[in-house]
Each structure stands twice: as structure tokens, then as C-alpha cells.
Design a protein around this ligand. Structure first.
Ligand SMILES: Nc1nc2c(c(=O)[nH]1)N[C@H]1C(S)=C(S)[C@@H](COP(=O)(O)OP(=O)(O)OC[C@H]3O[C@@H](n4cnc5c(=O)[nH]c(N)nc54)[C@H](O)[C@@H]3O)O[C@H]1N2
Ligand SMILES: Nc1nc2c(c(=O)[nH]1)N[C@H]1C(S)=C(S)[C@@H](COP(=O)(O)OP(=O)(O)OC[C@H]3O[C@@H](n4cnc5c(=O)[nH]c(N)nc54)[C@H](O)[C@@H]3O)O[C@H]1N2
Ligand SMILES: [Mo]
Length: 773
């Protein structure tokens, strides 16, 4: 670690100002009329009545555009006539569809430092970026630049590097298949595999675990499987806020008899109950209870909890042989059962109970419920993936499913619920720092150049490389790298050392304001914007969390004539950078996006007749070996995994912190200051604490505290957070991302996936000397 000597970079973090905390009641169910009203208020406030209604009318409709919010799939058959959207999808659309724009005058009036002094909430409300902007070396203000000059500048900088491996090309997960494919093609033609993406911070652990255990790094269930499941387990996920349309599916599953088991340190409103706004009962705010069994696990207690359940199931099987486990499935499809059984027998039940924080009686009741069930689906998100042992924990989820034969049959399987709307598609398109030899061969067969073979940097390695001077140019296709990544001050120092930082963006964010020697902002069309090339309206395509590829066609008039589509930006940058060296005909792609899809079809398996099938309303499923009952591992079998829960001994004063999303944000985009379901209003600088932990530290509700982390002997401090007592297990705390990212150590990552441990940060809480909130 070399960040001891770096002094804090101004504007890297949100300013420590309070906005006026109000505490209300914690909700016990999600959605219903207030959610719809809340959503419409947002859309009309930001986008205006006409743009707002027009956009919502086409959201997630067949032939419309794909919601830019989460990756939850659309129903294959019936879609709601009103609009297949949710409150938070509507907020995402409103945020993008806003008619407000940032003119050159705006940038002339406001210095970069001044903008960096605002909160993320204030920065995001400024509006859409309306023309390319350039920050010369040493300048205090961004100034307009033409597209041609911008591309030439980037090209000149890239071409003067000693090696293409000194450049880093990040991707966030909103980029379409078409743009992502061209982007990775350009980056590899330029000569590097440095393609970190948001997935490295998100579901990378799921991809690694599922790939190793089951032979495919994606989930196996389709939406209709949820309707046939006997049990749905939801681990480390808050669907009421982050995947609200999932609640409709859970409601239907429940009506068909499914039991829902929720495993989460917090009793999240959306897990507990749901008022479906599209049904009369929901409009009247009459809710359906969702969760049958709620297990308030300690942070990172999941592996212990799962092993305790598996141990109890093994015991039940011994008592009534042949009734609990699916021996035929285990025999035919798996490796390592005997070893797992032995390993579980050796685990001490008291220690497992202690580690997960759930008492034995509740675990026994849960095991009894699972005993005779044959169709189990496990859903999970960041509560499992962002831990040091995340890969092993997810493999433990797989162990449980395999014991029950719950993979490769209807109503059963794995369901990692993805985040960004096309994060899964971006990976399918080759946005990956560790491309397979097969993928690279396909590129060289189809495009007449040899792509670099050496693997590149992921997010954490890219940050370290910029920090130590090896990474010199940072280019981002979307996202907000500084605020999304761990160890904010370390990352800010890393970005500041670059020669050039470039962001292809829709909205202004902090990563534009903490920059390299020179910086560029390239404004692009968003999902809802109409994209016209050569006089014809184009559509793009995205892959959702369940592997369905669908078209997405924007409909709103762009806020400025100067916006380019992401494919156009890539093609023009590629031409400027590669010039005569290029073996790819970049102009062809912009004549019509069908040409991009033709080349995707040639290069990537599963896209046969892409142009035809993507035009079928509802799209098409990509192949998935697990669904067909196959396991594409080396042994052609599913692999049981042997691991032990981590033994973490906290110091006397130490607490564990998870960084989570409020109800009013999409990652680093802050829509508002409320976390309605958790009863926390008008404030984001809060720390949710167990009352016992507060009492032990002499803390009261409303006290202001400073938070510290000392990983690797470096002091990381997040100042001024207000204490909120909350129903959270002892020893555990929660703060919001990105305000608390400054505390997530760059070197604290998941084994194998290198994902920052954003849900597992050891902290000390000390009363702040600052004034009472
Ligand atoms: N509106 C909205 N939608 C979004 C997003 C957004 O910010 N806003 N973000 C999108 C993205 S990119 C993603 S990846 C997803 C994120 O979706 P989620 O993963 O649901 O998001 P988080 O808020 O990170 O919540 C994680 C949940 O895990 C729980 N948790 C934390 N630690 C543990 C643990 O150790 N064990 C268990 N069992 N649970 C734990 C927390 O209490 C919380 O309920 O949502 C996507 N959709
Ligand atoms: N502490 C902590 N850190 C985390 C997490 C956590 O739970 N805790 N979660 C992690 C996760 S799961 C993720 S996915 C990452 C998210 O990391 P990112 O994907 O990097 O972050 P976002 O906030 O989603 O990016 C928002 C920005 O994207 C731009 N944008 C929006 N739409 C478009 C578009 O259509 N095209 C282009 N080019 N730009 C667009 C806008 O300028 C906006 O400011 O953060 C990670 N960081
Ligand atoms: Mo994510």
C-alpha cells in the first residue's frame, strides 16, 4: 500500500453536510399507490408531462425501450397494459429523460472545484451533458470542443503511449450489446485486454462460482420457473428497492404455492410484503405477505447458515433414507458428494449457529420446510457477492441446490439477480479482462487481426496500476468510476495521476470532476433517446438477468443535436486512433446497426439469425447448458464445493459495516434523499446500528459519529454520520454507498473474483467532535 503519503483530494468525496434527518416508521411492505404517485411525481418533475408520459408508455413494452434501471426480465407473455415499470424504473427514466441540459455557459460559470464541492444529489440534478467538453492541463473550467478535435486528442494520447497496456477501458452496465461489441473490438484492435467493468464490483463472484461449480457463469432459471417453484430463497438482495418488478413475480409464485425464505440482516420492506400497484388490492394498499421464513443472518453468516441447513437435511435423510436428498440426481450429475457429506459431518453445529446468528430452533424449522421440497430456486445479489469468501458462499448455495436435485429442471435453479440493465450482455459481448482463448480466436478469424492474448486489469488492478503509474489513460464507457470503486481517496489519487481521463456519459458525475492532467466528457444518447443513423431510426439490444436478448428503441428527441450514440463514438474513435492500421470497416457499422449484429452473429455463439430473432417481439433466449441439464465443466459434472465459514474475530470495539443502496438512488445517481421503506428521510449520512451496540458505546439516536477503518495499517476516515437505531443483528451496521466507499480498503477483495468487499468492512465508530445534527 502506497497511499499513506497521499493527502485527501478535494472533492473526491461527498461534502460532510447534513440535509435534515427525519425518522419515520419502518415499512413492512413495498410499493402500492404511494410508489406509483412517487414515480409519476419524479417523471413529470424531471422530464415534463409530455416527455414523461411518452417515455413511460414505451418502457419495457415489446418494441419499446428496455428500462435503463435493473436487469430483471420482462414477462414473456402478458405485460401490464398500463406500463411494465416500477417506481424506481420510472425514476431512472426521468433522470435520463430530463429536459435540463448543461450548456457551455454552465461550465464557463462553474469551476471544476466548485462542482466537486456539491453532493452527488446536487451534481446529478444539473441535467444532461449537451456537447463534448474538454479540460486542458492546469485549467479550472471545462470548455467546449468539437467531436473531431476530441477524437484526435484521445487518439494522439493513445498512440504515444509506450504500450497499449498503459490504457484502461472501463464499461458500466448500460451499454448495449452493439456498442459493447464494437468497444471491445476497438480496444483489442488497439492492443490491450484492459477492459475492467462494473461487473468486477458486482456479480463477478457469481460468475466465478457458477462457472466452476456448474459450468456456466449465468443463472439457470427463466421467469416462469419462479411460478412453478416450491421454495424461493432470497439471499442478500433487496428486491423492493433494487428489482421491484421481481415482487410481481414473487407474488405470482406465492399464489401458486411457493414458500419464500428470506435471508438478510435487515427485514427489508419488499421482502416482507408487497402491494402490487397493478392490481386493485395494491391500489387500495392491501398487501400480500411475501416472506414465510425470515432469517436475520449476521453479515457474512450465510455460509454457516447454509451449512447448518445442509447438515440438518443430511440428518433427516439418515432418519428417512431416500426422502430428503435426490440421490439419483447426485449420482448422475455431480462430483464430490461423499467429501461434502464428510465435511459437513465434521462441522460443529454450535459454531455454525454462532457464526450465522440464527438460533437452532429456527434453523430446524427451516430445514423441516425444505425436507420434502424438490423444486427450489435460490436468488441472490450483492449481500452474497461482496465478501472475501463470496465465491465459496455462492458455491454453498449451489451445494444446497445440488443436494436437492434443484438444477436443470422446471421450477428450480440458480438466479443471481443482475444489477445494471445490460451488464450480463456486455460480458457476453466480450467486455472482459480475461477473455477465453476461444473468444480471441473467433475475433482473429473474423476480423483479420491478432488480438492481445495476455489478460488485462480488472477494476481493482486498474486502480492500483494508475496509482503506481503503469496505467496512464483512463477511458470510461459510462459509469462513475471514482464513486463506485472502493477506497475513494486512493482511487482519486490514482485517477489524478493519469495523463488523460475520458468519460462517455449522459449525466455529470464526480468522475468528471476528479480527473487526469487533461480530461474529456463525451455526451451520448441514453436508452430512451431516439438514435437515427443515415436517416433511419436504429434500435439496439440488451440481455436481461435470465439470458433473454431483446431489442430496445429509444423514442425521445435528444436534448441536443450534439449527442452521439455509443456505437458512433466507438467507430469514430477507432478510426481516429487506428487509421490505416485497422482491418475493420468501422463506417459500415454506422450505416445500419444490422451490420454490427451480423458481425456479433459471426463471432459469438448463440446469436444465430440475430437480426431476425431480435425483431421477434419479446426477443430470444441464449443457450444455457444448465437449463438443458448439462454442466459444461471440465468433468461434465456439477461440482460440490468444500469450504469452511470464515472465522472472523472482531476486536472489542470493532463492528462490521455493509454499504447498501437507499430507495432513492441508482448506484451513484442519487434521485432523492429518502429511504422511504426504511423510514429514513432527508439524509444519507446515517449509520444504522443495533441498539445494544449503541448502548455499549454510549451512543444515542441522532448522535454524530466518525467511522474509521485501519486495513493494512492505513487510516481511512468517513466523518459525520448520524446514528440511527435499526433492527440489525448485533455487531452489524449499515451505511449508504457511495458516501461510505472511502472506508472500503482497496486490498480487501473476494478470493478469486477480486470484487471489493463492500458488504464487509471492519470499522470503529467514534463520537464526532462536530456539532450535533
Ligand atoms: N433502484 C435501484 N435499482 C437498482 C440499483 C440501484 O442502485 N437502485 N442498482 C442495481 C445494481 S448495479 C445492482 S448490483 C443491484 C443491487 O441490488 P441489491 O444487491 O439488492 O443491493 P444492495 O443495496 O447492495 O443490497 C444488498 C442487500 O443485501 C443485504 N446484505 C448485506 N450484507 C449481507 C450479508 O452478508 N448476507 C446477506 N444474506 N445479506 C446481506 C442488505 O441488507 C441488502 O438488503 O440492483 C440494481 N438495481
Ligand atoms: N461501497 C459500495 N460500492 C459499490 C457497490 C456497493 O454495493 N457498495 N456496488 C457496486 C456495483 S454492484 C456496481 S454495478 C457499481 C456501479 O458502478 P458504475 O456503473 O460505474 O456506476 P453508476 O452509478 O451506475 O454510473 C452512473 C453514471 O453512468 C452514466 N450513464 C448513465 N446512463 C448511461 C448511458 O446510457 N451511457 C453512458 N455512456 N453513460 C451512462 C451517467 O453519467 C451516470 O452518472 O458500483 C459498485 N460499487
Ligand atoms: Mo451492480
Amino acid at each position: 500500500m502506497d497511499n499513506k503519503e497521499t493527502s485527501p483530494i478535494p472533492g473526491a468525496e461527498n461534502p460532510t453536510i447534513f440535509t435534515g434527518l427525519k425518522l419515520g416508521t419502518v415499512k413492512t411492505s413495498a410499493a402500492g399507490t404511494p410508489a406509483v404517485l412517487h414515480a409519476l411525481q419524479h417523471v413529470f418533475g424531471e422530464a415534463g408531462l409530455f416527455r414523461g408520459l411518452k417515455a413511460l408508455g414505451k418502457l419495457n413494452q415489446k418494441g419499446g425501450f428496455d428500462c435503463p434501471s435493473c436487469a430483471w426480465p420482462d414477462p414473456d407473455d402478458e405485460r401490464s397494459g398500463i406500463a411494465e415499470y416500477c417506481e424506481n424504473g420510472a425514476k431512472a427514466v426521468a433522470d435520463e429523460a430530463t429536459a435540463k441540459k448543461l450548456t457551455p455557459e454552465f461550465f464557463a460559470q462553474h469551476a471544476v472545484d466548485e462542482l466537486a464541492g456539491l453532493t452527488d444529489f446536487e451534481i446529478g440534478r444539473k441535467g444532461r451533458i449537451a456537447q463534448p467538453m474538454y479540460l486542458p492541463k492546469g485549467a479550472t473550467h471545462y470548455q467546449p470542443i468539437t467531436w473531431d478535435a476530441a477524437f484526435e486528442k484521445i487518439a494522439a494520447t493513445l498512440n504515444k503511449l509506450d504500450s497499449p497496456n498503459e490504457a484502461i477501458f472501463y464499461t458500466s452496465g448500460r451499454t448495449s450489446n452493439e456498442a459493447a461489441f464494437l468497444y471491445q473490438l476497438f480496444v483489442r484492435a488497439y492492443g490491450t485486454n484492459n477492459l475492467p467493468d462494473c461487473s468486477n464490483m458486482c456479480h463477478e463472484s457469481s460468475g466465478v462460482a457458477l462457472g466452476e461449480s456448474l459450468g456456466i457463469g449465468k443463472g439457470s432459471v427463466k421467469l416462469e420457473d419462479l411460478y412453478e417453484a416450491e421454495v424461493i430463497m432470497i439471499l442478500g438482495q433487496n428486491p423492493g428497492t433494487n428489482h421491484p418488478r421481481m415482487l410481481t413475480a414473487l407474488q405470482k409464485a406465492k399464489a401458486n404455492g411457493a414458500l419464500i425464505i428470506s435471508i438478510n440482516p435487515l427485514p427489508e420492506a419488499g421482502l416482507m410484503g408487497f402491494n402490487n400497484p397493478q392490481q386493485l388490492k395494491g391500489l387500495l394498499n392491501i398487501g400480500t405477505p411475501l416472506t414465510d421464513v425470515f432469517l436475520p443472518v449476521k453479515i457474512n453468516g450465510d455460509m454457516a447458515l447454509l451449512q447448518a441447513l445442509e447438515k440438518l437435511l443430511l440428518q433427516a435423510e439418515e432418519q428417512e433414507p431416500g426422502t430428503v436428498l435426490d440421490h439419483a440426481f447426485i449420482e448422475a450429475n455431480t462430483l464430490g458428494y461423499a467429501e461434502l457429506r464428510q465435511h459437513l459431518q465434521q462441522q460443529n453445529m454450535d459454531e455454525l449457529v454462532q457464526a450465522c446468528g440464527i438460533d437452532l430452533v429456527q434453523l430446524q424449522e427451516t430445514a423441516t420446510l425444505l425436507k420434502n421440497k424438490k423444486k427450489i430456486i435460490a436468488c441472490w445479489a450483492m449481500g452474497l457477492t461482496q465478501h472475501k469468501n463470496a465465491v465459496d458462499t455462492i458455491k454453498e448455495v449451489v451445494n444446497l441446490l445440488l443436494l436437492k436435485g434443484s438444477i436443470g429442471k422446471k421450477g428450480a435453479g440458480t438466479c443471481p439477480v443482475r444489477g445494471h440493465s445490460n451488464v450480463q450482455g456486455d460480458r457476453t459481448m466480450g467486455i472482459y479482462e480475461q477473455p477465453s482463448a476461444r473468444f480471441l480466436k473467433s475475433i482473429s478469424d473474423n476480423f483479420g487481426f491478432t488480438p492481445p492474448q495476455a489478460h488485462g486489469w480488472d477494476v481493482v488492478d486498474a486502480i492500483k496500476a494508475m496509482h503506481n503509474g503503469q496505467g496512464k489513460v483512463f477511458f470510461a464507457m459510462g459509469g462513475n468510476f471514482l464513486s463506485a470503486t472502493p477506497d475513494t481517496q486512493y482511487t482519486a489519487a490514482a485517477l489524478s495521476k493519469c495523463l488523460l481521463t475520458v468519460h462517455v456519459s449522459t449525466k455529470l458525475n464526480r468522475s468528471h470532476l476528479v480527473h487526469g492532467e487533461e480530461a474529456l466528457i463525451l455526451p451520448c444518447l441514453g436508452r430512451s433517446d431516439k438514435d437515427t443513423q443515415h436517416g433511419e431510426d436504429q434500435f439496439v439490444s440488451c440481455e436481461n438477468s435470465m439470458g433473454v436478448v431483446q431489442s430496445s428503441k429509444g423514442i425521445l428527441a435528444p436534448v441536443s443535436d450534439e449527442l452521439l450514440s455509443e456505437p458512433a463514438i466507438v467507430c469514430r474513435l477507432a478510426k481516429a486512433t487506428l487509421g490505416d492500421r485497422s482491418t475493420v470497416n468501422w463506417d459500415k457499422y454506422l450505416e445500419h446497426y444490422d451490420h454490427i449484429r451480423d458481425d456479433i452473429e459471426k463471432t459469438i455463439p448463440g446469436f444465430e439469425q440475430y437480426n431476425e430473432r431480435v425483431r421477434i417481439p419479446g426477443g430470444f433466449y441464449l443457450p444455457n447448458c444448465n437449463r438443458e441439464g448439462n454442466f459444461d465443466t471440465a468433468s461434465r459434472k456439477a461440482q460440490f464445493n468444500i469450504a469452511s465459514p470464515a472465522l472472523l474475530v472482531l476486536g472489542k470495539e470493532e463492528l462490521l459495516m455493509m454499504t447498501i443502496r437507499s430507495h432513492d438512488q441508482f448506484n451513484t445517481t442519487i434521485y432523492g434523499l429518502d429511504d422511504r421503506y426504511r423510514g429514513i428521510y432527508q439524509e444519507r449520512r446515517v449509520i444504522m446500528m443495533n441498539q445494544g451496540d449503541m448502548t455499549a458505546r454510549g451512543l444515542n439516536k441522532g448522535d454524530v459519529v466518525d467511522l474509521f477503518n485501519y486495513h493494512d495499517g492505513v487510516e481511512r476516515a468517513a466523518h459525520q454520520f448520524i446514528v440511527v437505531p435499526y433492527a440489525i443483528p448485533a455487531g452489524c451496521t449499515a451505511t449508504y454507498f457511495p458516501e461510505a466507499n472511502v472506508l472500503v480498503p482497496i486490498n480487501s477483495v473476494a478470493d478469486k473474483s477480486n470484487t471489493p468487499t463492500s458488504k464487509h468492512v471492519v470499522i470503529l465508530v467514534k463520537k464526532s467532535k462536530a456539532a450535533h445534527a
